[in-house]
Design a protein around this ligand. Sequence first.
Ligand code: M1P
Length: 253
Amino acid sequence: MSPVTNFSDRVHPDTICLFDVDGTLTPARLVISKEMEETLVELRKKCVIGFVGGSDLSKQVEQLGPNVLKNFDYCFSENGLTAYKFGEQLASQSFIGYLGEERYKKLANFVLRYIADMDIPVKRGTFIEFRNGMINISPIGRNCSHPERNDFEKFDLEHKLREKFVTALQNEFPDYGLTYSIGGQISFDVFPTGWDKTYCLRHIEQENFKTIHFFGDKTFKGGNDYEIYTHPLITGHAVTSPLDTQKILEELF
Ligand code: M1P
């Protein structure tokens, strides 16, 4: 099959559907179902498709499959700070470029000290994950097991550890221009204010899509889908699960 270079093969070439990943295309941090894969293959015949997730590309490959760059027209990792169109990487900016080494060092030292003083049932490894467009901070550590991740989420719901951590960071670094976003189960993302999921829209601006659908599960204020879901250019869909996403797609297309 020859590679797609424009969208004229679609029934609605001026419509794009953008999807959050965790809780929208897949269960949180788990793998996409066969049914969802088939739904997306059919949808791609009708319109342009892309995903926009907070995670980095390697996690999205684990969840959406090794052919993710081929299966979506647009792949937006880290809110679009790492971006691909038709499998080709698009230009972007970096977190460290924005913050600078000195300010980052102060932030990282504060975070590691704060976590060292946290009394939580389990601690594993990778407390700060350094990505291109953001850092991800996890009090339990990113390489915990799946049961440990579920337990932490429950513990955090009760003790509000992440909320308190974010408040401490906001108080300590009021002049850094950073946004703290609790989007998943065990961590929160830290990125320059404005580099939320709306960042990805600058990569599709020149296509002049007439309709931009966005599907996400964390569309409430404070959720990491809120800014894009409420953006004036977006037709937003709040979903409760991947099955709900499929149901809404059936109704729409
Ligand atoms: O996609 C939502 C979030 O998924 C992960 O969060 P957690 O590991 O806490 O469940 C992270 O990759 C995070 O960056 C992302 O926003």
